[in-house]
Design a binder for this molecule. Structure first.
Ligand code: 6GU
Length: 225
């Protein structure tokens, strides 16, 4: 999978890709990630990329031309399955969307800043808009890194244990059950007996029950869909 990220703050977004799982995925050539500094497509000596909004109002808006130049350059080089715009005024990211995107070959992710982008960018280029939750971030960069993490870890070969992505919270729309490791007794706080029993069918039953109870308690909304 190839991901092209268009951003005003490349340095802000790079570090998650240089560590841990995403770094390994990139080193193993399972994911290819490229950063494009929108500023390089700006106007004039100051490389201007934003301007005041028509109709008045606080906050600068990213202009269409620099973004169009960058997207059109990329599209001339290869075909893209999606152009995703990260913005708080969109549907929120969930596991189903991450699963869908993990099957794509080439995607562009555009991250907004300031008051966002000129609406015509969204009308003309964007195929999907994603928010990561009901709160406002300064820019879409961290949100884009979150999206990439959720997607890249699903690519075949990225996670060591092939089954582990399938038993994540949300893969079945349930929260994950509690997990324990050594010691079996910490100052009298004991690990549930069933986990030490070696009875794997019973253990799976217990885990499913715990996942359901935890979901009912913390995220009953997940049980509604
Ligand atoms: Cl994608 N961008 C911004 N700026 N804020 C957000 C967001 C995205 N998702 C949640 N809050």
């Amino acid at each position: 999978m190839r991901i092209d990220i268009i951003t005003v703050e490349p340095d802000l977004i790079k570090s998650p890709f240089e560590n841990s799982m995403m770094k390994r995925a990139i080193e193993k050539n399972l994911a290819e990630v490229h950063f494009h500094n929108l500023r390089e497509y700006g106007f004039g000596n100051y490389r201007q990329i934003d301007d005041y909004q028509f109709g008045g109002g606080a906050g600068m808006v990213l202009m269409i031309e620099p973004i169009a130049k960058c997207i059109e350059k990329l599209k001339a080089e290869r075909e893209y399955d999606e152009v995703i715009y990260m913005t708080p005024d969109a549907k929120t990211l969930n596991q189903a969307t991450a699963n869908t995107l993990s099957l794509k070959k080439n995607i562009i992710i555009l991250t907004g800043h300031y008051k966002g982008v000129d609406q015509r960018v969204r009308d003309l280029f964007v195929t999907r808009e994603i928010s990561i939750g009901d709160y406002v971030l300064t820019g879409g960069e961290l949100a884009a890194a979150v999206l990439c993490d959720a997607v890249i870890r699903l690519l075949p070969g990225v996670l060591g244990d092939e089954t582990s992505a399938l038993t994540d919270s949300f893969q079945d729309n349930l929260l994950a059950p509690p997990v324990y490791t050594r010691p079996a007794d910490y100052n009298g706080l004991k690990v549930p007996e069933i986990l030490l029993s070696g009875n794997f069918p019973k253990i799976e039953e217990w885990r499913a029950d715990q996942a359901y109870k935890r979901t009912e308690m913390i995220r009953p909304d997940l049980l509604e869909d």
